[in-house]
Design a protein around this ligand. Structure first.
Ligand SMILES: Nc1ncnc2c1ncn2[C@@H]1O[C@H](COP(=O)(O)OP(=O)(O)O)[C@@H](O)[C@H]1O
Ligand SMILES: [Mg+2]
Length: 261
């Protein structure tokens, strides 16, 4: 293991509930991500996966329940403070700045962990030269480790989707996360890209030691890289276990292997 994030705590989700009007989006699921684990979160469309993501990253406030990261009560924190606590995420629909270069997009990932802060940089306020040089070096190293250095100077808006998914991942890594949350990272990728992404996520986890929460429909990816898999349906946890156990669960077979598939 090389320079990983310091002391990765467990993420604990307990009995989280959230309704939108008459829709029960989350109906009390509980599970734990042990330090350094990759946990896959699967379930049909509308199961509540993104809503749970948004509760953890504090874009949504659950009606009840607890979410803790080690001894930190995440529900007491703002979204910015969650990022400061070492939780980084990507979005189901890419959340990059199209008019910034790939390098600058990745640098925005550093600002949640440096004192100048995101706004200061977005507004072009000065950062120390030392800070900038270190961050640039780290960003290029990340680009290199993800085979993206050839697009570092390109505008994000000019790049194909599959490349942007990797850029978004690189930006999240620039936050030096202790927990990395990926919402459908394989969405829109071709098969070879999915395999490469799976390898990359696993390798980075092994090298850096962070935990991963992976929401993904691509079953081969989820089953190949997850240490554990949690299944949601109608906002409830259907089952949870090691990939092979979960793949053998009747409701999972019904939902993913039966029917139209
Ligand atoms: N901001 C919102 N306002 C109203 N309903 C929402 C909102 N976000 C999610 N929902 C509803 O909550 C349920 C769960 O959605 P979501 O978490 O996006 O599912 P998934 O990511 O598993 O496909 C769906 O019925 C969805 O329509
Ligand atoms: Mg979703």
């Amino acid at each position: 293991m090389s320079a990983g994030p310091p002391d990765v705590p467990a993420l604990q989700v307990s009995d989280v509930r959230l309704r939108f009007g008459g829709v029960v989006a989350l109906d009390g699921p509980s599970f734990t991500i042990e330090p350094g684990q990759i946990v896959g979160l699967i379930g049909p469309n509308g199961a509540g996966k993104t809503t749970l993501f948004n509760c953890i990253s504090r874009l949504y406030q659950p009606d009840s329940g607890q979410i803790t990261f080690g001894s930190t009560d995440l529900l007491a924190l703002s979204a910015d403070a969650v990022a400061d606590a070492g939780i980084a995420r990507t979005f189901q629909n890419i959340g990059l700045f199209p008019t910034l270069s790939v390098l600058d997009n990745i640098l925005t990932g550093a600002y949640s962990r440096t004192r100048a802060g995101f706004l200061a940089t977005a507004l072009g306020l000065p950062r120390t030269r030392r800070e900038e040089a270190d961050e640039q070096q780290e960003a290029w190293a990340l680009l290199e480790s993800m085979n993206l250095e050839h697009v570092g100077r390109e505008l994000a808006g000019n790049l194909p989707y599959g490349t942007l998914k990797r850029v978004e991942l690189a930006r999240a890594l620039m936050q030096r996360p202790r927990l990395l949350m990926l919402d459908e990272p394989a969405n829109g990728l071709i098969h070879e890209e999915v395999l490469e992404l799976a390898d990359t996520v696993r390798r980075l986890r092994d090298e850096r030691g962070f935990s991963v929460l992976l929401v993904e429909h691509h079953m081969a990816m989820v089953m190949s890289i997850s240490d554990r898999v949690v299944v949601l349906n109608f906002g409830q946890k259907v089952t949870e276990g090691e990939p092979a156990e979960v793949a053998a669960h009747p409701e999972v077979i019904e939902a993913y292997l039966g029917g139209a598939a």
